[in-house]
Design a protein around this ligand. Structure first.
Ligand code: C2E
Ligand code: MG
Ligand code: MG
Ligand code: MG
Length: 293
């Protein structure tokens, strides 16, 4: 019986086609990411950020997309962790930074004052040359340092605060803006948060999406808005999907909103067209768009 059980156990591990497929996909994605960057399989999508009180688009978050020749669109939640494991994340981040800054420059040349946000992982922050490269790319394009904002997840920065802090300080000293992303999913104390050289706090969408139906989520979001303001941080709600939630956030003083209500992430080259049709202001545009009635 023992032998049989062992055999069965083995069979589950070795022959499960589902697991095999899963592992194969993981390994394939891990092995191919670097080449995918060179082969132009990645693209940069953007999602607008709205200043709620001013009804004005003030920036965009850049989000990577991978159009895999075999798997189709692979979501970043799947391949970013793999890229962190293999170290390919550094190449990916550099690619996103250069592309994102190219767009920042192009929009500014068109008169649009948009702050461009790029997601970075702790692996990136442990690269001692990150700030020098970033400042070089910003100068090359003649951009002000605060045209760029870097988003770091709460859990990542708390997990390795010792390692990440010096790099965050160097970036901040150069003038780049920093945000804590997915706030509420980690376990940082007020003191830890205060020690971070960040100017913006993004409330995780899992809480924002629940404010209308969960009293817990509502309390969490309200107190996070207050916490952020007490620490002089700009507070952003991500995952805003409907008008009622936006109204709720406005009532409780949330500064910025991002979410499907405004737009799903879109290819960067569609942004100015979107702005023309959206009912929001944007620095550099005279009028609100004519779309949406
Ligand atoms: P994130 O940085 O927290 O980005 C926000 C995510 O929420 C994006 O998912 C966005 O599409 C999604 N989202 C925005 N508004 C809504 C909404 O109203 N409803 C719903 N259901 N979702 C909304 P996405 O693009 O799939 O990215 C997932 C995560 O992958 C990002 O979370 C970020 O942690 C990571 N990621 C994406 N691009 C990059 C990148 O270039 N570099 C790094 N290091 N990480 C990235
Ligand atoms: Mg982000
Ligand atoms: Mg986030
Ligand atoms: Mg998130």
């Amino acid at each position: 019986a023992l032998f049989q059980a062992k055999q069965q156990k083995q069979r589950i591990v070795v022959y499960s086609p589902e697991q095999d497929g899963h592992t194969l996909r993981r390994l394939t994605l891990m092995a191919e990411l670097r080449a995918a960057i060179d082969r132009d399989e990645l693209s940069l999508y953007v999602q607008p950020k709205l200043d709620i009180a001013g009804w004005r688009i003030v920036g965009v978050e850049c989000l990577v997309r991978w159009h895999h020749p075999q798997y189709g669109m692979v979501p970043p939640d799947e391949f970013i962790p793999l890229a962190e494991q293999t170290g390919a994340i550094r190449q990916l981040t550099n690619w996103m930074l250069r592309k994102g800054l190219d767009w920042a420059k192009r929009w500014r040349d068109d008169g649009l004052q948009l702050k461009v946000a790029i997601n970075v992982s702790t692996v990136d922050l442990l690269d001692p040359l990150l700030a020098k490269r970033v400042s070089g790319w910003i100068r090359e394009r003649g951009l002000p340092a605060d045209a760029l904002l870097l988003e770091v997840t709460e859990s990542a920065v708390m997990q390795d605060a010792e390692g990440a802090l010096p790099m965050l300080r160097e970036l901040r000293d150069f003038g780049v803006d920093l945000a804590v992303d997915d706030f509420g999913t980690g376990y940082s104390s007020m003191l830890q948060l205060k020690r971070l050289p960040v100017g913006e706090l993004k409330i995780d969408k899992s809480f924002v999406m629940g404010v209308l139906r969960s009293a817990d989520d509502a309390v969490i979001v309200r107190s996070t808005i207050d916490l952020a303001h007490n620490l002089d941080l700009v507070v952003v709600a991500e995952g805003v999907e409907d008008d009622t939630t936006l109204e709720w956030l406005k009532r409780f003083g949330c500064d910025l909103a991002q979410g499907y209500l405004l737009s799903k992430p879109m290819p960067a080259d569609l942004l100015s067209l979107w702005l023309d049709q959206a009912p929001y202001l944007c620095a550099g545009r005279e009028h609100v768009g004519l779309g949406h009635g």
